[in-house]
Write a protein that binds this ligand. Structure first.
Ligand code: NAD
Length: 341
């Protein structure tokens, strides 16, 4: 297992030029964006952009940076090497397109957008410019997930047969009937393909009785291109306070990997063997047990790619792909049919 320690937030003097980063969005998760780039010694948070002057000034003061209420003014004043976008789920398109057109390297929050045509517009506009365009699908960087991926790639599970994803808690209702699927289960759709390869078809059972008009829970049967099958249970009718809020299981012909609560534990078992191998963060290992640290780890990898002039480790097209699968799931639920992706 390669070392992966909190280079996440390097506190040693930088060996390469410090990168200037600006954050658009001053909400709850936007604070993580401000924190990550302030914590590192190889980045400088050159500004935060918000709509509300007081809240933006408060965020900027907390992270000792400059507040802006206009994105173009920020670009003009700071010439950032990277801009991160952390706006409300359903308000991603126009500000992101504007930044793509300004040609600035970007890291955007999931979901990319809700509408597939908008996703295509963003990805192709960035592609035309050869722009560095990354999306934050940080769950891939959780230690149990990293280790499970290594075990799968090394063949320790044999041929994959089935995978299970279950995740969700309190509702985060927006204007979309499919907020749960598109903004929360995006992590599951991305994760299942990250570990098991492309999804070939989906069949969905939606539930919309707790908040009529909104699909707050859905159960989806999945077929992978490999022939493996899977299930996704995504919910807004549960609670993040419950133990075992998140579960990810990948079963193969020779073994099984079980991830609990994303960062809490990985159990790797061999078929027929009562003794399993368990990873869980050691007593002092706050870095690996910390969910927010998955974002630090992702940023660490992303900055390496940005500095090297390479493609982002998780490109925005991964967000477009998850959205494509989500729309197949929506159609399946609406029409009561199996839908190929
Ligand atoms: N990757 C993860 O693990 C993770 C975790 C939590 C949230 N998120 C994502 O982060 C994003 C933001 O979530 P949040 O909880 O911070 O949302 P939020 O609603 O708390 O904050 C969004 C902020 O953006 C501001 N805003 C809206 N339009 C703006 C504009 N045009 N310009 C500047 N500011 C504007 C709002 O006033 C608000 O302060 C969402 O896409 C969410 O899905 C990702």
């Amino acid at each position: 297992m390669p070392e992966f320690r909190p280079s996440a937030a390097p506190r040693t003097p930088p060996t390469a030029p410090v990168l200037k980063v600006a954050v658009v969005g001053t909400g709850g998760w936007g604070e993580q964006h401000a924190r990550v780039f302030t914590d590192r010694t190889d980045t400088e948070l050159v500004g935060v952009v918000g709509r509300d002057p007081d809240r933006t000034a408060a965020r900027a003061a907390a992270y000792r940076t400059t507040p802006f209420t206009d994105v173009d003014a920020m670009l003009e004043a700071t010439s950032p090497d990277l801009v991160t976008v952390c706006l409300p789920n359903e308000a991603h398109f126009a500000p992101t397109l504007h930044l793509v057109e300004r040609g600035v390297p970007l890291l955007v929050e999931k979901p990319l957008v809700f509408d597939l045509a908008e996703a295509d517009a963003l990805v192709s506009a960035a592609g035309r410019r050869g722009l560095f365009f990354a999306i934050d699908l940080n769950h891939r960087y959780a230690e149990p997930v990293r280790r499970l991926k290594e075990a799968i790639d090394a063949g320790r599970l044999g041929d994959l047969v089935f995978a299970t994803w279950r995740f969700g808690g309190e509702p985060n209702l927006g204007g979309s009937r499919h907020a749960n699927l598109i903004e929360t289960q995006v992590h599951g759709l991305d994760m299942l393909e990250h570990l098991c390869g492309p999804i070939a078809s989906v069949m969905s059972q939606p539930y919309d009785r707790s908040h009529p008009g909104t699909v707050t829970t859905l159960a989806v049967a999945l077929e992978f291109a490999s022939g493996a099958v899977g299930t996704l249970l995504g919910t807004y009718d549960s609670s993040y306070a419950y133990p075992g809020t998140h579960l990810l299981e990948v079963n193969g012909t020779q073994g099984r990997g079980l991830v609990e609560d994303t960062v809490r534990r990985l159990t790797l078992s061999r078929a027929g063997d009562d003794v399993a191998e368990v990873w869980q963060a050691g007593y002092f290992d706050d870095e690996a047990r910390n969910f927010h640290g998955t974002f630090d780890r992702y940023v660490d990898d992303l900055l390496r790619a940005l500095r090297a002039g390479g493609p982002p480790p998780v490109p925005a097209s991964a967000g477009r792909r998850a959205l494509q699968v989500a729309h197949a799931i929506i159609r399946s639920g609406d029409e009561g049919i199996r839908v190929e992706v």
